[in-house]
Design a protein around this ligand. Structure first.
Ligand code: MGD
Ligand code: MGD
Ligand code: MO
Length: 766
């Protein structure tokens, strides 16, 4: 399976490579924000919009899930938040005339960048079976198409309802209610490809699948480990928190195969010294680890902790915490003591000195936080890796006290809230009980499909209707060719979206585009302006209120669209369901959420207080662990790490500085020194030399997997880069063709986007 570069890509002919940066933010970030805002929104609208981001009376930044500080700057956004806003508030439009001009086949050949640059969707559009073009359709007719195709299914499990993490709490709640009333738990979401491994590991070990720290904890920590995360690009506001902790004397250790700019040095554009000065050095230590070596690293740390305790009993481990609040310490300790240094050094690629050097920082710290993102979650052994991080923190009682804890840094701005609202293919019994009682129905109890299972089911003809509440499954999911075929086999695909993307071009037999309001836009209903709510990465729930005039008069809110579908589908079946009331006033939705989901009592009142409110987190708040044992669980995790056959490399697929997942803002990756191109492969110079290749050569990346299928991504420029031997990196979505659908993490079933075995071949025809 080969996936060529889209025809109109500049062929990356203009691609230019310069030395990577060792600092993030500063003046280039400020000018880049304003440039993006100006081109997409016009200068005045651009500036006014940016000043509303993350303000108490403004909208929640659609960029990432990093929380807002108590005392906000007048400009509480970052370069990449500004790009996310500009992308949504753009003045460009995708109209019915656009679809008359561009057929599906043509659109499917375009790059993700080109598709995104066309602008905001303005009208509901329908692609009838057999047609190469979408044509306009009225909202009521569109809902009737959905109702007709759902009614034609033999079983509700032949439909799947995908969610991307930008959907508001209100939209997510109504959406899952709709799916469950229909009779299915097929609620795959972007989380399945993202932090599912964190959720799986944390529910089992601490009883709740969310991080245990607040922003204040981060500010107060003595030591912060930033593992498998590139905050300079993906969570720029996190750098301010790290900087603040550092000013208090905290130490920071970065664990990453790549020397990411933001981890090394940071110039805070919100402080004068950050604009003119040399910036703050953030990471005190940088462990340049091999891909997938983190479980070994934490096991080594845990072994060293036990040995240090042996040497000075009563000074290293928090034995009273272990005795009072945990389970399984002895078994874990026995296992960890046997960790072999030989394995650790092989898995991590680090020297023993580097590891013991880091360990002295660990030993010196009273309060430790571990932050992580996709570098830990997208491997085959991600769940055991994160469990080992939990062991590490439990040993010294670093969970449930100030300045310490677990910090999985979420991606999409409301991905955590969507889960809280019940977007989950494996809902808990307690949630289903409460939902059924509140709405007087019997929710389906059997588990539904996650993302990978949904794609398989579509491929095999078992799912025939696919609905996407935001997102871009075609481009975000692994094994692009398989995913495309899977969607093409559907009877109907429906996308509720703000902007044009590949999932509108690669569709089922029939397809609908239902264009919705974005976060930045005013949502005016007859009962008054509506607000929505979101939950950030640290469990704070707050309001988001858009103010801009909608991109088109024909847009509807996500809540209104879902309620519209529901009215059409259930008109005779559940006449008592209050879809009209939900749609007219979202307070009515919040009242129901308050009755179904613990922690949302008096939701409407509390969320209107300045700053919103914090959801309960038993381990953080009271060291209470609602696990199977009633305690925090230590675990035994036999050591795993990727073993790569001779002559092969391990590829990780990452984000550039100019993209938001499948939305490509531009063709630069400034911090890594890449300009005007995306088809690049970062490789160690000696790995290139060992293959008779050199920096600048054009190569095909060829995937190797046990199914024997050849997956090829042709025509990538090799860039000699600082990365451990044997490891390389390239951008997704271009390299998703290489990630096998069946290569997933154990337990969480997350695609292994950070460990793909590949070989390099000189590009064909060169
Ligand atoms: N501007 C912008 N912001 C975003 C996004 C975006 O696309 N653009 N996406 C949002 C979303 S949905 C998410 S989930 C987050 C993603 O945020 P990140 O997880 O920071 O995103 P990635 O680009 O996948 O980067 C993974 C990082 O982990 C490192 N890494 C890879 N494998 C390993 C490993 O085995 N061990 C260790 N220690 N490190 C490893 C990589 O070198 C890289 O630095 O960002 C969110 N914020
Ligand atoms: N190889 C590889 N693949 C990956 C990853 C990786 O690291 N490597 N990362 C994975 C991760 S962490 C994630 S989270 C997924 C992301 O997967 P998705 O969430 O499915 O993808 P996005 O690119 O974030 O979705 C962008 C689209 O969402 C729509 N949109 C934007 N804002 C709104 C809104 O307010 N409402 C609605 N209804 N629609 C909106 C727009 O039409 C836009 O085109 O990708 C995953 N895929
Ligand atoms: Mo994500």
């Amino acid at each position: 399976m080969t996936r060529k570069a889209p025809a109109e890509d500049p062929g990356d002919a203009r691609l230019r490579v310069s030395p990577p940066k060792d600092y993030a933010a500063g003046i280039p970030a400020v000018t880049s924000s304003l440039r993006h805002a100006g081109t997409q929104m016009g200068p005045r609208r651009g500036l006014l919009t940016l000043l509303r981001v993350n303000q108490k009376d403004g909208f929640d930044c659609p960029g990432c899930a990093w929380p807002e500080p108590e005392h906000r700057h007048r400009a509480e956004f970052c370069e990449n938040g500004a790009k996310a806003v500009a992308e949504e508030a753009t003045l460009r439009r995708v109209t019915p005339e656009f679809f008359a001009e561009h057929g599906l086949e043509e659109l499917a050949g375009r790059s993700d960048y080109w598709l995104g640059q066309q602008g905001r969707l303005t009208h509901p559009m329908y692609r009838p079976a057999g047609s190469d073009h979408y044509r306009p359709i009225s909202w009521e007719d569109a809902f009737a198409v959905v109702a007709r195709e759902l009614a034609a299914l033999d079983h509700p499990d032949q439909a799947a309802f995908y969610t991307s993490g930008r959907a508001s709490n209100e939209a997510a709640f109504v959406y899952q209610l709709f799916a469950r009333l229909l009779g299915t738990n097929n609620l795959p979401d972007c989380s399945n490809m993202c932090h599912e491994s964190s959720g799986s590991a944390l529910v089992e070990t601490i009883g709740i699948g969310k991080g245990s720290v607040t922003l204040e904890d981060l500010h107060e920590a003595d030591l912060i480990l930033v593992v498998g995360q590139n905050p300079g690009t993906n969570h720029p506001r996190m750098l301010s928190a790290l900087e603040r902790a550092k000013r208090r004397g905290a130490r920071v250790i970065a664990v990453n195969p790549l020397p990411e700019a933001g981890l090394l040095r940071f110039k805070n554009p919100q402080r004068p010294s950050g604009i003119v000065g040399g910036g703050t050095q953030l990471a005190d230590l940088f462990l340049q680890i091999r891909l997938g070596g983190d479980q070994a690293l934490f096991q080594a740390f845990n072994r060293l902790l036990l040995e240090a305790e042996d040497e000075a009993p009563g000074t290293v481990l928090d034995t009273s915490f272990i005795a009072a609040h945990t389970h399984g310490f002895e078994a874990c300790a026995e296992h960890v003591r046997k960790t072999s240094w030989e394995d650790v050094l092989e898995a991590t690629g680090l020297s023993r000195d580097e590891i013991t050097g880091a360990f002295s920082e660990i030993l010196a710290a009273e309060k430790t936080v571990v932050c992580w993102a996709m570098g830990l979650t997208q491997h085959r052994h991600s769940v055991p890796t994160i469990r080992e991080v939990v062991n590490f923190l439990l040993m010294r009682g670093n969970i449930g006290r100030p300045g310490a804890g677990l910090c999985p840094v979420r991606g999409h701005s409301n991905v955590q809230g969507d889960r809280t609202m019940g977007i989950h293919e494996k809902p808990s019994e307690a949630f289903l009980d409460a939902l059924g009682t509140e709405f007087g129905f019997a929710p389906p109890r059997h588990h539904g499909h996650d993302v990978v299972e949904t794609i398989r089911a579509m491929r095999d003809g078992r799912v025939k209707v696919f609905v996407g509440l935001g997102g871009n499954l075609v481009a975000a999911a692994p094994d692009t060719e398989v995913t495309e075929q899977a969607l093409r086999r559907c009877r109907l695909t429906v996308q509720i979206s703000t902007k044009l993307n590949r999932s509108h071009a690669v569709t089922g037999e029939q397809a609908l585009i239902l264009p919705c309001l974005g976060r930045t836009e005013a949502d005016l209903r007859p009962s008054g302006p509506q607000v929505v709510t979101v939950e950030d990465s640290m469990g704070m729930v707050h309001l988001s209120r858009g103010r801009l005039a909608p991109a088109s008069d024909h847009l509807r809110s996500e809540v209104a669209i879902i309620c519209g579908m529901a009215r059409a589908v259930f008109s005779d079946r559940n006449p008592q369901m209050p879809w009209e009331a939900f749609e007219a006033d979202y307070d009515r939705v919040r009242e129901r959420i308050a009755r179904v989901i613990p922690g949302f009592e008096e939701f409407n009142d509390r969320v209107r207080r300045p700053g919103g409110f914090a959801l309960p987190h038993p381990p953080r708040d009271e060291r209470r662990f609602t696990t199977a044992t009633g305690r925090a669980n230590f675990t035994v995790n036999p050591l795993e790490f990727p073993r790569v056959p001779d002559g092969r490399l391990l590829l990780q697929t990452v984000r550039s500085h100019d993209q938001y997942n499948t939305t490509i803002y531009g063709l630069d990756d400034r911090y890594r020194g890449i300009h005007q191109g995306r088809r690049v492969l970062f490789v160690h110079r000696e790995d290139l030399a060992a293959r008779g290749l050199a920096d600048g050569d054009l190569v095909d990346i060829v995937g190797e997997y046990e199914d024997g299928v050849e997956r090829r991504a042709p025509g990538f420029r090799a860039v000699a880069f600082s990365t451990p031997r044997g490891c390389c990196a390239a951008y997704f979505p271009e390299t998703n063709v290489l990630v096998p659908l069946d290569s997933t993490a154990t337990i969480s079933n997350t695609p292994t986007s950070k460990s793909v075995v590949v070989r390099l071949e000189p590009a064909a025809g060169v």
